[in-house]
Ligand binder design. Structure first.
Ligand SMILES: [Zn+2]
Length: 521
């Protein structure tokens, strides 16, 4: 009685409703989870998704409301409360690349949050409680790193069969990580099969669409390579990878004694398999259906174990995604979108660079990624008497002529006046004024950016399909319900800050989801 009274009073500090602070905040990001999956497979979802939808505050109109709906920019919004324009994480593949931070114990690209600007939720938590701890885990480096901002905490991701980190965070792997890796689960999975979780009649989708997975291995069961090293590489694209990621997270919770001090700690988990399966087989495939059903069960067991460990009212859960996905163009055309094509800008960029190489010497002068044309060394080109604006205008004209391109805009022409238009708004949210982006290219509906020889399903556009994500909160202080207001992933961090009585260290782009607050403790 006395304990609950003191907790009640402790929660009154910010002038809000009194809230029992959770012992653990768990932020789950499912890579490429489209929210319509939860509706589509709803009768079959009996694990975590059922728990969250029934007991949580579920926002049906939530967005990663920026233009380049890719993994790195998306993960950076979730616990920073800020758009890519302010986090500085505008590109995906180079988002966390850092050769000066090599991986520990394995080969692979070095990674750190060096491009991330400003602070994130854990920094605010640590400022209020210097003893606060955080653990962040993902199949991907950027999925583990970016939710933590620049904080040098326990941050691990998967690389060729092992969970590792980089020199940015540590000089060696702790014992619990080495012991977990020592089980060699991904290597021992060589030759195992991915079979359907439910009986075959529960899956209405055709199993054999010839465009899936580049025409190879398109029907169940899917078998991992017999060679253990090859199996460890392929393992990340199987449902078991999410199960392993969650087992690793639970091992970390135990080893680090998260939530054991009577104060709040943070656990961030980003589950990567849905993204791999979605790219390979598409959002309408039997494979994505089975992946989501299996993930529902794995996550359900994970949450149950946390509820047993801490008590249900001491765990605050957030579920969201870093982006959605657009169907295969082949599938979109069959659905009545005849203009759905893959757009490959490579030859335009290469020929413009070749012309610049002839004039001023070799360099990566023009770079193109997910609709952004970047000129990182503009001043160097100007110093060589290159009329950069004219080069950019010429490239813009050629991009505009590509089938599937809707419009090409100069980044400088986008203004805040256009925020009612979702595409303009998402580009404005995307671009830092000093980011080196000169042009932005938006595709027609159902068209996707592509790479030569890689015919996969894609995301990355400022469209509803790619930007719409789930956003569900569950736990102490959360008011259960279904909420229809349009919200964004940048609203998550300010909402958690309010719940935890924390003060963000800088201006945020998001707003508190106040309609979801005030539930029973
Ligand atoms: Zn992603």
């Amino acid at each position: 009685m006395i304990r609950s009274l003191s907790l009640l009073l402790a929660g009154l500090g910010a002038g809000n409703v009194p809230v029992t602070r959770p012992r653990l905040v768990v932020v789950i990001t499912v890579d490429q989870l489209r929210p319509d999956y939860l509706d589509r497979y709803r009768p079959q979802l009996k694990g975590a998704f059922a728990t969250l939808l029934k007991g949580g505050a579920s926002f049906s109109d939530a967005y990663q409301d920026h233009a380049v709906t890719e993994t790195a920019p998306g993960h950076a919004t979730i616990l920073s409360g800020r758009w890519p324009a302010h986090t500085g994480i505008i590109r995906n593949l180079v988002g966390v690349q850092d050769p000066s931070a090599p991986l520990i114990g394995v080969n692979g690209p070095g990674a750190s949050p060096t491009r991330f600007r400003g602070t994130a939720l854990f920094d605010w938590l640590k400022a209020a409680d210097p003893g606060a701890r955080a653990l962040s885990i993902s199949g991907k480096d950027r999925g583990a790193i970016l939710p933590m901002g620049r904080a040098k905490e326990q941050v691990y991701w998967y690389s060729a069969g092992f969970f590792t980190t980089s020199r940015y965070y540590a000089d060696s792997l702790p014992t619990w990580v080495r012991v977990f890796n020592g089980q060699r689960v991904p290597f021992r999975a060589a030759g195992t099969q991915w079979t359907l979780f439910l009986s075959e009649r529960e899956y209405p989708e055709p199993d054999s669409a010839s465009y899936e997975n580049q025409g190879r291995d398109i029907v169940f069961p899917h078998r991992l390579p017999a060679d253990s090293g090859q199996a460890a590489l392929a393992f990340i694209a199987t449902p078991t990878m999410d199960s392993l990621t969650l087992a690793f997270a639970l091992e970390g919770v135990r080893a680090l004694q998260l939530g054991a001090r009577g104060a709040t700690d943070l656990l961030a988990v980003s589950l990567s398999t849905t993204d791999y399966v979605g790219h390979a087989y598409g959002p309408d495939s039997r494979e994505i259906h089975d992946q989501v059903v299996r993930l529902d069960r794995y996550l359900g067991r994970f949450l149950e174990q946390l509820f047993v460990r801490y008590g249900r009212n001491n765990v605050l859960v957030v579920l969201t995604a870093d982006h959605g996905v657009t169907p295969y163009p082949e599938r979109a055309r069959a659905l009545g979108h005849p203009g759905a094509v893959r757009v490959i800008p490579d030859t335009i960029i290469q020929s413009a660079n070749a012309a610049l190489d002839q004039r001023v010497g070799g360099g990566d002068w023009l770079q193109f990624e997910s609709g952004m044309l970047l000129v990182p060394d503009r001043s160097k080109l100007v110093a060589h008497d290159v009329n950069v604006d004219s080069v950019i205008a010429d490239v813009g004209t050629r991009l505009r002529a590509l089938a599937g391109v809707a419009h090409v805009d100069r980044a400088a022409d986008l203004t805040d006046k256009d925020t009612a238009d979702p595409v303009s708004r998402r580009w404005i949210h995307q671009l830092p004024p000093d980011g080196g982006v000169e042009l932005v290219v938006t595709l027609k509906p159902y068209c996707i950016w592509s790479y030569a020889n890689l015919p996969i399903a894609m995301h990355g556009q400022p469209t509803e399909l790619d930007a719409h994500v789930p956003l569900i909160l569950l736990g102490p202080g959360i008011r259960r319900g279904a909420y229809a207001r349009r919200v964004s992933t940048v609203d998550i961090a300010p909402t958690l800050a309010r719940l935890l009585d924390l003060t963000p260290a800088e201006p945020l782009d998001g707003r508190v989801l106040s309609e979801a607050l005030g539930g029973p403790n």
